[in-house]
Design a protein around this ligand. Structure first.
Ligand SMILES: [Zn+2]
Length: 186
């Protein structure tokens, strides 16, 4: 999980919501991934899917039945589906995701009678995994605030600035801001 946290930090460096994932087999890492939805301009670029893709290449097959998947945030429905399809037997996640988590928070898809039901271990290094997200959204809000103030100042000074260079990316909308953020704004 510590390695997954390091990968989440890589995502954060790119301005992505920090989520990281590793897949191991016999204690060795065979797949790594972090969220690259914005930089990749791809709705599928979730940490888990990237890690599953890499693990399949590394192991030369789609059945990851001897593997464990570690991810910093509870998987969404898409990634839970991929985990089921890849026959991953054990999933370890850090922080719950009240908005999209599909291993217990919104729904537990693994309770449904699919042909494969992974074992779930939740809450592993939950605090550091959650802090990554709260820290990310906190600094994002601080940036937004600064930009607002700068725009107001520019308007007051009657200077034309055009669009601010450090504009908060348009992808930061309600749909990507989890309860980690909402907790802080309320
Ligand atoms: Zn996902």
């Amino acid at each position: 999980m510590e390695e997954a946290i390091l990968l989440a930090r890589e995502a954060e460096k790119l301005g992505e919501v920090p989520i990281g994932c590793v897949i191991t087999k016999d204690g060795a890492i065979v797949g790594r991934g972090y969220n690259r939805r914005e930089t990749g301009k791809n709705a599928l670029a979730h940490a888990e899917l990237t890690a599953i893709d890499e693990a399949c290449r590394t192991l030369g097959g789609w059945r990851l039945w001897q593997c464990r998947l570690y991810v910093t945030l509870e998987p969404c429905p898409m990634c839970t589906g991929a985990i089921i399809n890849a026959r991953i037997p054990v999933v370890v996640y850090g922080a719950p995701d009240p908005k999209a988590g599909s291993m217990g928070s919104v729904i537990n898809l693994t309770d449904l009678p699919y042909n494969h039901r992974p074992e779930i271990i939740s809450g592993v290094l939950e605090a550091p995994c959650a802090h990554l997200l709260t820290g990310f959204f906190r600094s994002l809000r601080a940036r937004k605030k600064e930009e607002k103030a700068a725009r107001r100042q520019a308007a007051d000074g009657d200077t034309v600035t055009g669009s601010p260079s450090a504009e908060v990316p348009s992808y930061i909308d309600k749909s990507t801001i989890s309860d980690y953020d909402r907790e802080l704004t309320e």
